[in-house]
Design a protein around this ligand. Structure first.
Ligand SMILES: [Fe+2]
Ligand SMILES: [Fe+2]
Length: 209
């Protein structure tokens, strides 16, 4: 790991942009050509809350990847993390855009989740590359399942939100497969359970706050 000042400023700047910048996607949102359904106020509020949770998840993803890349010694893994983080940056922008379209707001707790995820990602990276990849693969697997839950909750309503969630879910599966192909180890069940608990705390709070 390098400790030069430019590098540290660059990493700090990344965090500021994730938390307080106006995220811009490299690719247009999957909702681009999808017409808006005729949603009532309750449906809009609930969909905005779901997308606020997903935006918060993407904030965490940015921090996890950043922490993991900082701690990893392998250039291959750093490259895979940077590539995945680019797609996650689009997810961040797409979900923020959909929250705004639905008249919602982003989570007020993003800073805390970002800081916690950065520390967690860094810690995972310090366990060595195969555990680092295992943590990445398990995170993506849990995100895929979580997004499936949102697809089911929307029950075919709100095609624009669904198109964003489905595109993200597909790419999270791609990130998981990349980690598996690079040699991810399967995490012990207590660790996976701990991750699920932390995720539940995050999703429950960010749905409301
Ligand atoms: Fe994502
Ligand atoms: Fe991902």
């Amino acid at each position: 790991m390098r400790f030069d000042l430019d590098y540290c400023i660059g990493e700090f700047d990344k965090g500021l942009r994730v938390l307080w910048g106006d995220p811009t996607a490299r690719r247009p949102t999957p909702a681009q050509a999808v017409p808006e359904d005729n949603l009532d106020d309750g449906e809009r509020r609930r969909a905005a809350a779901l997308m606020r949770v997903n935006h918060c998840g993407e904030v965490c993803a940015q921090a996890l990847y950043q922490g993991q890349a900082l701690a990893s010694r392998s250039e291959d893994i750093k490259a895979a993390l940077v590539n995945a983080a680019r797609e996650e940056a689009d997810h961040l922008a797409w979900s923020a855009e959909r929250v705004r379209e639905l008249g919602g707001r982003l989570s007020a707790l993003n800073f805390f989740w970002y800081a916690g995820s950065l520390a967690l990602g860094y810690a995972a990276g310090r366990f060595g590359d195969r555990w680092n990849l295992g943590f990445l693969a398990e995170t993506e697997r849990q995100v895929e399942q979580h997004l499936q839950g949102h697809i089911e909750r929307l029950a075919g309503r709100d095609a624009r939100t669904l198109s964003v969630i489905r595109a993200m879910q597909q790419e999270e599966a791609g990130h998981r497969r990349t980690a598996e192909a690079l040699g991810a180890r399967e995490l012990p069940e207590p660790v996976r359970r701990g991750m699920r608990l932390a995720a539940r705390l995050m999703t429950t709070l960010s749905y409301r706050i």
